[in-house]
Design a protein around this ligand. Structure first.
Ligand SMILES: O=C(O)CCC(=O)C(=O)O
Ligand SMILES: [Fe+2]
Length: 290
């Protein structure tokens, strides 16, 4: 990108051409897209996830005790695509995310895939997360890395500075290795419900401290290269029995489609019985024998 970031967090409307959103994302490392989801979609998702949110334990144990506090005082619902059909069909395959992933991840893979989809309801009193780069889960990928991730936090209630709106550090995706953000450089992604803060895997960010009184509900959604191991095991989060009932594009994004790099001189990844699982779905799998 030739133009440098001005260190501010810019806001765009949903109708903005995808190329302009890509441009802003590559320049600043983060951008807010207002009204990505209609009020109707937000309401439908909120209703579908409510039983799971009610059942979530804010003291849920994490695999790594060292990051236990990262999601403390948070009702955490993972595997959202298997729990909210509206999320799967209206958000996970939203045309804007598809366009961003095609442009940013497309050059380094034959198809992109979902990395994870979690609902994070951060509760009053939740402390600020440590500032981090989501792509560090793949820190074993040698430098220079291609773009590994398109990530987002989507507001399902209004995000305010008080209720712990995601903090981002515009321009941090271009910082020299080893530079760590100072708290005063953080910019709060203040935005109404239905809007999204979209950022790159290399952009520093984190959930802000929750000093308000009402839960802050958001969806943490990210995508990665189709050949890279995903953070969430999406085949278990959305097993074939559930994926079979979703549109083909959802099945593909969930990672069921083979990663076909034949045209680029590579091979197939993700076959079953030497076939593309998407074809098996079409033939009635997993209900029908294969
Ligand atoms: O909840 C947020 O605002 C950010 C969450 C986040 O960055 C993460 O879980 O990696
Ligand atoms: Fe994060």
């Amino acid at each position: 990108m030739s133009r440098p970031s001005d260190g501010r967090l810019h806001t765009m409307e949903l109708g903005a051409p995808a190329e302009e959103v890509v441009d802003a994302l590559m320049r600043d490392g983060a951008v807010i897209v207002r009204d990505l989801l209609s009020a109707h979609v937000v309401d439908a998702i909120n209703a579908e996830v409510q039983p799971f949110v009610d059942a979530a334990d804010p003291d849920m144990r994490h695999l790594n005790p060292g990051v236990q506090y990262f999601h403390a005082q948070t009702r955490h619902v993972s595997g959202l695509a298997g729990k909210s059909p509206t999320f799967a069909t209206e958000v996970m395959i939203h045309p804007l995310f598809s366009a961003l992933c095609d442009a940013i991840l497309g050059p380094s893979c034959a198809r992109y895939q979902l990395n994870l989809a979690h609902l994070l309801e951060r509760l009053p009193g939740a402390e600020s997360q440590f500032w981090h780069q989501d792509e560090l889960v793949w820190n074993l990928v040698p430098e220079p890395k291609p773009e590994l991730q398109v990530a987002s936090v989507i507001a399902l209630v209004d995000f305010t500075a008080e209720n712990g709106a995601t903090r981002v550090f515009p321009g941090s995706h271009r910082w020299e290795t080893g530079r760590y953000p100072a708290d005063e450089e953080a910019v709060a992604a203040v935005m109404p419900a239905g809007s999204a803060i979209i950022y790159l895997g290399s952009t520093f960010h984190g959930g802000g401290a929750h000093t308000g009184s009402e839960p802050r509900r958001g969806v943490h959604l990210s995508y990665t290269l189709g050949w890279l191991r995903t953070e969430e095991n999406n085949y278990l989060a959305v097993p074939p029995e559930t994926a079979a009932g979703l549109p083909q594009q959802c099945q593909e994004v969930l990672g069921y489609a083979v990663h076909d790099a034949i045209e680029r001189g590579g091979g197939y990844l993700g076959m079953l019985d030497m076939r593309d699982p998407i074809d098996l779905f079409r033939e009635g799998w997993p209900g029908a024998p294969r």
